[in-house]
Write a protein that binds this ligand. Structure first.
Ligand code: NDP
Length: 263
């Protein structure tokens, strides 16, 4: 019997995770199968996981906090950020991990000489990635549309600005972590702020994938090295695969297969 895996989310039909994981299972000869499960009511997460007889799962919006709550044993990093995107069942216990943030960290290794980062946005993904970036030695500044969401980051000691307060400086990397551009054609900050920061930066990333966002388009106009959210998707997927298959495979090989699956 193949081991079963799934991604839970709402919506979930756009997810590329089944493609990435199924290709890796086939290529590496692992007896597994991965599907998507549309979960409307997060309360049913654990029951559905058990009823579907899953060995592991990825969790996407809006159920990452719920996945955190249903984990019997939390990886220390997932515990710190309060969000779980990978669940694994071992000895009747649900282990919860967060591979989003380490995945993002891995993705920016592509760029050299990055020390200062300007993050656009202050939502869930910024909560999970900002600490790991700081701990890894990056200097992180957070710029968000509203002041409300900045409060938790101010408490944690980050340099934070709302649009009105911001005075553009030089940053090595600018990252769009807002949902602006996902299902609309909005820029993640006023154009004059973006023009000033993009004209002096070394690189840009948008963590949205599947389309060229207005932000990435603008970054390209400034001839900046750039990539979209596929890179983070691949890296978080590789780390999740490593937990699913109990660290059996060479991760460089897994990454190669997942990258090919998306191309
Ligand atoms: P949240 O809903 O938690 O936060 C949304 C953030 O976007 C807030 O800071 C909000 O600002 C800001 N925002 C929304 N609309 C606009 C706008 N029109 N202009 C400026 N700012 C705006 O989102 P998540 O952190 O969960 O996700 C953010 C993005 O990251 C999504 O697009 C998601 O698809 C993507 N993502 C990609 C991943 C990958 O693997 N590539 C993994 C995880 C997420 P305000 O406080 O003012 O409302």
């Amino acid at each position: 019997m193949p081991k079963k895996f799934a991604i839970f989310g709402n919506p979930v039909e756009h997810s590329l995770s089944p493609k990435m994981h199924n290709c890796a299972f086939i290529e590496l000869g692992f007896d597994g199968i991965y599907k998507q499960i549309l979960l409307e009511d997060g309360v049913k997460l654990k029951d559905t996981f058990l009823k579907e007889d899953l060995t592991g799962a990825n969790i996407t919006v809006p159920h990452k906090e719920r996945a955190y709550e249903v984990s019997d044993i939390l990886d220390p990093f997932a515990k710190k950020v309060g969000a779980v995107n990978t669940l694994v069942l071992k000895d009747n216990k649900l282990y919860g991990y967060n591979t989003d943030a380490p995945g993002f960290l891995k993705s920016i290794e592509k760029f050299e000489n990055i020390k200062t980062i300007l993050i656009l946005g202050a939502g869930g993904t910024v909560s999970s990635t900002s600490d790991i970036l700081k701990e890894s030695g990056y200097s992180v500044t957070i710029l968000n549309r509203s002041k409300e969401r900045l409060q938790q980051f101010i408490k944690s000691g980050f340099e934070c600005y709302s649009w009105e307060e911001f005075e553009p400086k030089e940053y090595d990397l600018i990252v769009n972590m807002t949902s602006a551009g996902l299902s609309d054609n909005n820029l993640p900050a006023p154009k004059d702020i973006l023009d000033k920061t993009l004209s002096t930066t070394k690189a840009a990333i948008d963590i949205i994938y599947g389309k060229e966002t207005p932000f990435l388009k603008l970054a390209k106009e400034y001839n900046l090295p750039n990539f979209d959210g596929k890179e983070m998707l691949i890296q978080q997927g590789v780390l999740a695969f490593d937990y699913f298959t109990e660290h059996k495979y060479d991760l460089k090989e897994v990454e190669k297969i997942m990258r090919e699956a998306l191309n």
